[in-house]
Design a binder for this molecule. Structure first.
Ligand SMILES: *Cc1c(COP(=O)(O)O)cnc(C)c1O
Length: 283
């Protein structure tokens, strides 16, 4: 059985500035990052009344891999729907997709069902749901404990997809400010996502923007460059969210009053696919 233990906090120096890194990527090799936090609720829950987990999203999603792992641990079937599955991915499985298949995932091309039986557990795309608060509250408690033990004043930063992690962190951290940036849609989209989970705007994180617009999962030379620079500085980060995160931090570096704690949300397994694409384009 996997144990979800508190993640460590490390010092990390990048471009001459000190950060604290909350290493959620190191929680466990098979169940880590913010998906481990989002699905912690199911991890602790008795799921024996269910026969299968059903979800949907992209064929390289970190949530897909984490759910395949959860299903395996809980001895459930796992059906996953991709609106589009390229023949390249189908014929050359790698990264999250390959590992999820290994865990017994049943893959379907098309839209997910709309109605579910009592023994089917549906998980929305990317883990955008209220059950995610359970595990993210545990993360918030770990951070508060660390701040107390080390007598620090910090601001938190993490990049967002659906915004679930940033939102529930801010909601559960009373005296610490949470900053984020949007990686999937624009800030209007992210704001809507926040409201979908919490109607009280005072509990929403602060969204920071970049002058340039980036589209999710597209390749940008500056993303590849900062990914490599971070790796040389000592830590590998995900290539979909974190490059935008660090670029945003760099642009806004003078607007923070305190030291920054950056939440490392995992996702390294997905880099295999992205690295192949980047190497083909830029090397
Ligand atoms: C899923 C994921 C995100 C986005 O998390 P949200 O809670 O949807 O904002 C960010 N980084 C990594 C590495 C992820 O896997």
């Amino acid at each position: 059985m996997i144990e979800i233990k508190p993640s460590i906090v490390e010092d990390f120096t990048f471009r001459g500035r000190r950060f604290y890194l909350k290493r959620d990527d190191l929680i466990h090799p098979l169940f880590s990052g913010n998906k481990a936090r989002k699905f912690h609720y199911f991890f602790d829950k008795d799921l024996t009344s269910y026969q299968k987990i059903i979800s949907h999203g992209s064929s390289q999603s970190n949530a897909m891999f984490s759910l395949s792992q959860l299903a395996k641990l809980k001895k459930l079937e796992f059906d996953y729907y991709c609106s589009h599955l390229s023949s390249y991915v189908r014929d050359n499985p790698h990264g999250n997709y390959k590992m999820a298949l290994k865990n017994g995932m049943n893959i379907y091309e098309g839209e997910p069902p709309q109605i579910f039986k009592d023994n089917e557990l549906f998980v929305p795309e990317g883990g955008y749901f209220k059950e995610a608060e359970y595990g993210i509250k545990i993360l918030a408690n770990e951070i508060e404990q660390w701040v107390k033990d080390n007598s620090k004043k910090i601001d938190i930063f993490l990049p967002s997809g659906t915004g679930t992690t940033a939102l529930y962190l801010q909601k559960n951290l009373k005296d610490i400010k949470v900053y984020t940036t949007c990686c999937v849609g624009d800030s209007e989209y992210l704001k809507k996502e926040f409201f979908g989970l919490c109607g009280d705007e005072l509990q929403h994180p602060i969204i920071l923007n970049t002058p340039k617009k980036y589209h999710f999962a597209k390749l940008y030379k500056e993303f590849y460059e900062i990914y490599k620079e971070l790796k040389i500085a000592g830590v590998e980060f995900d290539m979909l969210y974190d490059p935008k995160g660090w670029i945003t931090l760099d642009i806004h570096k003078n607007s923070f009053q305190n030291d920054i704690m950056y939440i490392h949300q995992g996702g390294i397994l997905g880099n295999i696919t992205m690295l192949k694409r980047y190497e083909r384009k830029y090397n």
